[in-house]
Ligand binder design. Structure first.
Ligand SMILES: Nc1ncnc2c1ncn2[C@@H]1O[C@H](COP(=O)(O)OP(=O)(O)OP(=O)(O)O)[C@@H](O)[C@H]1O
Length: 262
């Protein structure tokens, strides 16, 4: 397992000035406890992790191991009980609610299992919606590049109900990328898709990293989806227990089997 903590960051603190080389986001000492007393659940048990720029990282682990909690704490959707997160040079845990909302709109991209598109808007309008809400001008050249990479050129004026699930998820991916965020977080992005549509969405996420330099962190249960990643992290009981570089599907299945035996 690779060391993920930077030697310059004291335990439990991630400071923008301590950026590990090449990291787009990182976290130190992340703990998340739900509830109190005897019924308390320690969903994250001291996670130190770096996400290198222009890498696709998959997070895997058994149900209840803390994957969603980790992603929500990283993306500022939930506050950790202790520890800190830095994204694109900003310490997320120190932001006021207003600044956090602005950061989520412009510096972080989200892709959810359920697409979350607005049904009354066209694909193009959905893609630019986060920037329109934040009153940030759309970089048209970048918009064209993203739309062309995602392969939606002739579907831009369709509404979500006129698109297949795979096409809707590719619209959601384009929406996540259009603000050039520091990190795109994808939570089970292919959970609702058949294998062909999954391959299209995963192929796009991987190309967004290799060709457009995006940083992507994806939670998935599917070893085939994880095999598109440059790196796969495994969580067990709120801790990172394995960190694989460019694993094959076989390597991932072996690591999952190992996790079940532990
Ligand atoms: N809002 C909450 N209140 C109480 N406990 C919670 C809450 N959210 C998560 N948990 C608990 O925290 C632990 C980690 O949950 P989490 O959803 O992060 O796991 P996961 O790995 O994403 O699971 P899955 O693969 O089933 O989605 C679990 O024991 C879960 O029951």
């Amino acid at each position: 397992m690779e060391p993920t903590a930077s030697p310059t960051s004291p335990p439990g603190s991630a400071r923008p000035g301590d950026a590990p080389p090449g990291a787009a986001a990182w976290a130190r000492g992340l703990v998340k406890t739900y509830g109190q007393g005897e019924t308390a659940v320690r969903a994250l048990d001291g996670v130190d992790v770096d996400f290198r720029s222009a890498e696709l990282t998959a997070i895997m682990g058994p149900s209840g191991s803390g994957k969603s909690t980790l992603m929500h704490c990283l993306a500022g959707l939930d506050a950790p009980t202790s520890g800190s997160v830095v994204i694109g040079g900003t310490e997320v845990s120190r932001l006021s609610q207003r600044r956090l909302t602005a950061l989520r709109r412009t510096r972080i991209g989200f892709v959810f299992q359920s697409y979350n598109l607005v049904p009354t808007l066209t694909a193009a309008e959905n893609i630019t919606l986060p920037l329109d809400i934040a009153r940030v001008p759309v970089d048209r050249a970048w918009f064209e590049e993203v739309v062309s990479a995602v392969g939606l050129g002739d579907r831009l004026h369709h509404r979500p109900s006129e698109l297949s699930g795979g096409q809707q998820q590719r619209v959601a991916c384009a929406r996540a990328l259009v603000s050039r965020p520091s990190v795109v977080f994808a939570d089970e992005p292919t959970g609702n898709l058949d294998s062909r549509s999954s391959a299209e969405v995963l192929g796009f996420l991987r190309r967004s990293v290799d060709e457009l330099g995006q940083t992507v962190v994806m939670v998935t249960h599917d070893p085939r989806a994880a095999s598109y990643a440059h790196r796969v992290l495994f969580l067990t009981d709120g801790r990172i227990t394995a960190d694989l570089s460019a694993p094959t599907r076989r390597d991932i299945l072996d690591a999952l089997g190992q996790a079940e035996e532990d």
